[in-house]
Design a protein around this ligand. Sequence first.
Ligand code: BGC
Length: 352
Amino acid sequence: MPTVTSFGQTKDGTETQLFTLSNAHGLTATITNYGGIITSLLVPDQAGQLGDIVLGFDKLADYQGEGPLASPYFGALIGRYGNRLKNGQFTLDGKKYQLAKNNGPNALHGGVKGFDKVVWQAEPGTSADGQTLKLTYLSKDGEEGYPGNLTATVVYTLINDDALKIDYTATTDKPTPLNLTNHSYFNLHHGQAKNNFGHVLTLNADRYTVVDNTLIPTGELRPVQGTPMDFRQPHAIGERLAKVEGPAPGGYDHNWVLNGQGMRAVATVYEPTTGRTMEMLTDQPGVQFYSGNFLDGKLKGKGGTVYNQHYGFCLETQHFPDSPNQPKFPSTILRPGETFKSTTIYKFGVRK
Ligand code: BGC
């Protein structure tokens, strides 16, 4: 069974816990029921040394920081709608909904208080695959402007053969847009005080969603062929980063249209100095690859580590941004009687 310790009280006095899942090879995933945040993920390097490969904080209070010290969603579960909605709006069955604009003119990652900032009900357990943590959250009708009482369940499983699996399930009593993901920032180096430029990324995607200067898709799915967006063959993240088109401060912050359908391997990351590899599998149609462009050295993370620009990267499996306003994108509308189900797996290994 996972071990449980206190992570202290939120600002409004709710008790939170840390759950540590481990497997026979020494891998551990520590997760808090505040925002379902993965606070630490220990995986071995090529010498068998365990190291923490996710950015985050030591204290709950730092995850609740505000203004310039707000956590940029380190490790968190994102909902009800991950990524951006243009002008914070959508129309559903003829009715127009206005959400808070918390990212320039747009709504981002579920609103002012998204699923990353609520306390989930937690149930640690064990399955045939490994130790588990089941998190459940009821998002009430009207919360952050979204319609319907939505029950979201997320099960983290630390798989015996060295993977972290995330299973998402949701049901609703009114039609609602839904886009759930996890916002972990990875850094496969020893410690996290180093940029991600040397990590070698492969992404099985022929196209990406072109965005405007507020990162809203224009609707165009553009071939990656001949651009810095082409990761069909392995490339270091830093290699073509300066050539990526998009709003300052530069780097990757785009959604790729993943090839294939159903559960499949879609991405691999390899860090040559430690030999660590991370393979990602998902059943989702897209992934936001974000190269940590907005990290700017203001945040001090675990053990006092300063998180400078590009010190972490995210691979947020998802439906495409702004889907409710893009009729040609795969639908993100969940209706009563349906059950949303999705799985993403991060598999760890080493290359010698
Ligand atoms: C977004 C970025 C944003 C980051 C943290 C990512 O998913 O695409 O633009 O800065 O989350 O807020």
